[in-house]
Design a protein around this ligand. Structure first.
Ligand code: HOZ
Length: 436
């Protein structure tokens, strides 16, 4: 595969954009080499500027659950654009989207729209603090809740990948109320509540952490977090930016049967355009300005193009028929089946190559760690052989398969990945694994 055009563009980009990228997770620094430039994507495939086509498991970091450039989404965006691209005053799609989120996610009685998942999490934290009139927040190491100052502590995703889990430029005073604990460790949470009675505003957690690879909550752990917060008068905040509308129409909270106090969304609800949302119990949400003293705002919040794209995506997923309310699960069943096919194929491929791999999966999210021990939290994830991951990443790339360029990111599957795409992926993996 030649990448002459990409190399030229990257050389230009380096002159004008720090690191040549607008988000460090695109930089390939963790795997070596240079990022390629894409100017076309359709279904489960992306095409780079040199004409190389790849099966994509990054899916623009999660949003493209229907695959890229789904015709219904493209048509909806074009139709919306004909009426204007932004109004800065309420538009009808905001009501449709808010109503839909509230009907699909039972813990959400009211919701505010933002332009990104970062804004959703940042605002949910502010709201939790304003509502409880407490300052301290618990987060978990390796979880990533966007790049707001108080949450960039032991953060996952690019912060972890590049070794800046506690970013420079964040004064210690901004994070002094952020308490970081290991995920899946109930005793650690108990101890912090015991040491700080009545002082914790909330726990923010990715119910299925997907920013240090992917690991699952142990049975009963999310229920435990819910109980602890309730007993103390703190709030449980689920960051469902990745899992929302992906693991089920009602997100991870539906899958695991938990009712958090606040939830954050993004990615899938934007259909590939910039959208985020946070919502929860009405008494909490009504603390937001103009009803209450907690400020939240944004010029492009509820943008009509983004909402048209998001609504078209949700309609296509079968969670919404445009008027009725009955969720239909066919798309999720398909994603589950495709995920299971990938999982069993990858496990078999690793076994026959004699390479120790932990293949963690939840629905259409997955991660392959190169370690022989199960991965339940960041410390386990850190034991993975990252040199081997690098070789695996580049081997797969050469075979036409694009995985996230870091061991500490989740992979995503779309409804556009067919059985034969998965077969090609598995046989590429079998070939590459044998060389590792
Ligand atoms: N949530 C994304 C990766 N885990 C972040 C994407 C980005 O920062 O560009």
């Amino acid at each position: 595969m030649t990448r002459v055009q990409s190399e030229h563009l990257f050389a230009e980009a380096l002159k004008y954009i720090p690191g040549g990228v607008n988000s460090p997770v695109r930089a390939f620094r963790a795997v070596g080499g240079q990022p390629f430039f894409v100017n076309h994507a359709s279904g489960c495939r992306i095409r780079d500027v040199d004409g190389n086509e790849l099966i994509d498991y990054v899916l623009t970091w999660g949003p493209a659950i229907l695959g890229h450039a789904h015709p219904k989404i493209i048509a909806a965006v074009k139709a919306a654009a004909d009426h204007g691209t932004s109004f800065g005053i309420p538009n009808p799609l905001e009501v449709t989207m808010a109503k839909l989120i509230c009907s699909l996610v039972p813990s959400v009685e009211k919701v505010r729209l933002t332009s990104s998942g970062t804004e959703a999490c940042m605002s949910a934290i502010r709201l939790a603090r304003g509502f409880t009139r407490r300052d301290k927040i618990i987060k978990f190491d390796g979880c990533y809740h966007g790049h707001a100052d108080s949450l960039l502590v032991k953060a996952g995703s690019g912060a972890l990948t590049f070794g800046y889990p506690d970013s420079a430029g964040v004064p210690p005073a901004f994070t002094q109320h952020t308490i970081v604990l290991p995920f899946n460790d109930a005793d650690a949470v108990r101890a912090v509540f015991a040491a700080n009675p009545g002082q914790i505003a909330g726990i923010i957690v990715e119910p299925v952490p997907g920013n240090a690879g992917l690991y699952l909550p142990q049975p009963g752990y999310l229920e435990f977090l819910s109980r602890m917060t309730q007993e103390d008068g703190a709030l449980l905040i689920f960051d469902e930016v990745m899992t929302g509308f992906r693991l089920a129409p009602g997100g991870a909270q539906q899958r695991f049967g938990i009712k958090p106090d606040l939830s954050c969304f993004g990615k899938v609800i934007g259909g590939g355009l910039p959208v985020g949302a946070f919502g929860g119990r009405a008494e909490i949400m009504d603390q937001l300005a103009p009803l209450g003293p907690v400020y939240h705002a944004g010029t492009l919040n509820g943008n009509p193009l983004a909402l048209a794209a998001g609504l078209a995506a949700l309609k296509e997923l079968g969670v919404f028929d445009g008027g009725g309310k009955q969720p239909m699960d066919n798309a999720y069943d398909r994603l589950e089946k495709t995920g299971a096919q990938l999982e069993s194929g990858m496990r078999d491929a690793a076994k026959s190559a004699g390479i120790p791999v932990q293949f963690n999966r939840c629905g259409s999210m997955f991660c392959a760690y190169f370690t022989s021990e199960p991965v339940h939290h960041l410390t386990d994830a850190m034991k993975s052989d990252r040199e081997r991951f690098k070789r695996f990443f580049h081997g797969m790339l050469a075979e036409g398969i694009y995985l996230a360029p870091s061991q500490f990111e989740a992979g995503f599957i779309s409804t556009a990945h067919s059985q034969s795409d998965i077969e090609s992926t598995v046989s590429a993996a079998a070939k590459v694994l044998r060389t590792l």
